[in-house]
Design a binder for this molecule. Structure first.
Ligand code: HEC
Length: 106
């Protein structure tokens, strides 16, 4: 049952929305961040205060926490950030590594 729901949501996610990962030309962490995250968190990671999007620059999350956060594990489901449940661990990992380099903790 659970598996059916998961499969169905993957199909839906493949068609539209921010959790769409059929983008063969986007391969680097930078490209993936700019595609999936920058629309809200901005290229420089500053977020958008007026839209209630917090900065991600200077985040204290480690690699593992960031990957889990992106994919919606270990966080509340009702936040205003989309859960990227269809994003592969590898893709989330690339983004996490990129963010570590681009926005180092002060
Ligand atoms: C649709 C807008 C949107 C997108 C796209 C988005 N986020 Fe978020 N993000 C938010 C909002 C809003 C919050 C604040 C949590 C809340 O209030 O729900 C947040 C919170 C966060 C936080 C926690 C910041 C903190 O310290 O509290 C991190 C880290 C984060 N996002 C990373 C990412 C990454 C990485 C991506 C791309 C894979 C991403 N976000 C995509 C809107 C977005």
């Amino acid at each position: 049952m659970r598996r059916t729901i998961l499969a169905a949501s993957l199909v839906i996610a493949a068609c539209e929305g921010p959790d769409e990962h059929d983008h063969p030309t986007l391969t680097t962490g930078k490209q993936l961040y700019e595609h999936h995250c920058a629309p809200c968190h901005q290229q420089g990671g500053d977020g958008a205060f007026l839209k209630g999007v917090p900065p991600v620059s200077g985040s204290t999350m480690d690699y593992r926490q960031m990957v889990e956060h992106i994919r919606g594990q270990s966080r509340q489901e009702d936040t205003r950030m989309p859960t990227f449940t269809a994003m592969s661990q590898q893709e989330a990992g690339k983004i996490a590594v990129y963010m570590r380099h681009a926005f180092p903790t002060p």
